[in-house]
Design a protein around this ligand. Structure first.
Ligand SMILES: Cc1ncc(C[n+]2csc(CCOP(=O)(O)OP(=O)(O)O)c2C)c(N)n1
Ligand SMILES: [Mg+2]
Length: 317
C-alpha cells in the first residue's frame, strides 16, 4: 500500500485515540455530560472505512467520534459538540451521539440501536434515483443486527438493488451482553448471506479494512446492489463511561489489547515520521480542548432552533 496512505491512516488513528482519551478525561472532570461511547480499540475500522469510502454518504451509530474525525470534521468542532457548545458540529444540540455534517456527507450517529439502518436505505433510494454513483454506507454493531429493522433493511436493499454498503462492527458485545447469549451466530454474515454478497475482514487491521471497504464501494458504484462487510473488532473499555467493563475477564482483555490496531500499523511506518504524526495529533487535540472550553454556550432563547427539520431541506439534494 502507498506510503502516504499508510501514514494518513496512522495519523487519523492516533488522532482519534488522542481525542478519545481527552474526551474521557474531560467527561470525568464534568466538562462533558450525557452519554459518551468511546471507540478505543476500534480505530482501524473507523478510520480505514472512512478513508476508503471517501465520497459516499455515511450513516452510523452513537460510537462515532473517530468516524467523524476520519470523515474530515474538525476535531475542535466535535469536542465543542461534546462540551455542548454553540460552536459544535451540531451547534451543541446533539452531543456525542448526534454528530451531523451534511458538508461531509456524514448524517451521524443515532441513539436508537439500528435506527440508522432504515435512514440509510432511504438515502440509498434517493441516490439510486438521482443516478449518483458513490453509494451509501451504514455502520452498525453486532447488537443492532438482532433487531427487526436490520432484516427489513437487508431485504428491501436487496430487492431494490440499492447502492448500500452494510458495515457491521462486530465487537461481540451489546453493552455487557456477550453475543452468544442473544444470537445463534457469532458472525453476522450468516444472516446477510441470504440477501447479498458478503466480505469478512479483520477489523483490527487497517489495511485489510481499507481494501475490503474499497471493494465494497466499487461493488455498489458499479450497480450490483448492496453488499455486506463484517469486521471483527474489539473495544478496549466499557460500553460507555457509565460501564466499568466488569463482565470481561483480565485474560479476555489481554487478548483483546494484544491486537491493538495502532501498534500493528506503526511497525509499517518510519519511526521518526510516526513520532511527528503523534506530536501533531496531540497538538490538534490540545487546541480542540481550548477551543471547546472557550466557546460560548447556546443562547437559551435559541433552544428550539436546529432541532427540527425546517433548516435541513438541503441535506439530501
Ligand atoms: C432500540 C434500542 N434498544 C436498546 C437501546 C440501549 N442500547 C444502547 S447501546 C446498546 C447495545 C448495542 O450494541 P451493538 O449494536 O453491538 O453496538 P456497540 O455498542 O457494541 O458498538 C443497547 C442495547 C437503544 N439505545 N436503542
Ligand atoms: Mg457490539
Amino acid at each position: 500500500m502507498d506510503k502516504l496512505l499508510l501514514e494518513e491512516l496512522y495519523y487519523f488513528m492516533v488522532l482519534g485515540r488522542t481525542f478519545e482519551y481527552a474526551a474521557k478525561e474531560h467527561y470525568m472532570q464534568g466538562d462533558i455530560s450525557g452519554f459518551l461511547h468511546l471507540d478505543l480499540g476500534q480505530e482501524a475500522l473507523s478510520v480505514a472505512s472512512m478513508k476508503a469510502f471517501e465520497k459516499g454518504d455515511v450513516f452510523t451509530t452513537y460510537r462515532e467520534h473517530v468516524l467523524a474525525i476520519a470523515r474530515g470534521i474538525e476535531p475542535k468542532k466535535i469536542m465543542a459538540e461534546l462540551f455542548g457548545k454553540e460552536t459544535g458540529v451540531s451547534k451543541g444540540r446533539g452531543g456525542s451521539m448526534h454528530l451531523f455534517d451534511p458538508s461531509c456527507f456524514f448524517y451521524g450517529g443515532d441513539a436508537i440501536v439500528g435506527g440508522q439502518l432504515p435512514n440509510a436505505v432511504g438515502c440509498a433510494y434517493a441516490r439510486q434515483y438521482q443516478g449518483q454513483e458513490h453509494g451509501v454506507m451504514v455502520i452498525f454493531g453486532d447488537g443492532a443486527s438482532n433487531g427487526g429493522a436490520f432484516f427489513e433493511s437487508l431485504n428491501i436493499a436487496a430487492a431494490q438493488k440499492l447502492p448500500l454498503v452494510f458495515l457491521c462492527e462486530n465487537n461481540r458485545y451489546a453493552i455487557g451482553t456477550r453475543i452468544d447469549r442473544v444470537c445463534v451466530f457469532e458472525k453476522q454474515i450468516h444472516k446477510a448471506q441470504a440477501y447479498m454478497p458478503t466480505i469478512e475482514v479483520d477489523g483490527m487491521d487497517a489495511i485489510a479494512v481499507y481494501k475490503a471497504v474499497q471493494k465494497a464501494q466499487q461493488h455498489v458504484s458499479e450497480g450490483h446492489g448492496p453488499i455486506f462487510v463484517e469486521a471483527m473488532t474489539c473495544r478496549f473499555e466499557g460500553h460507555s463511561m457509565s460501564d466499568s467493563n466488569m463482565y470481561r475477564s483480565t485474560q479476555e482483555m489481554a487478548i483483546c489489547k494484544a491486537q491493538d490496531p495502532i501498534t500493528k500499523l506503526k511497525v509499517k511506518i518510519d519511526s521518526d515520521v510516526a513520532k511527528d504524526l503523534e506530536d501533531k495529533a496531540q497538538k490538534v487535540i490540545d487546541e480542540a480542548i481550548i477551543f471547546a472550553q472557550n466557546s460560548p454556550e447556546p443562547d437559551i432563547a435559541d433552544l428550539k432552533k436546529f432541532t427540527f427539520t425546517e433548516e435541513m431541506n438541503h441535506v439530501i439534494s
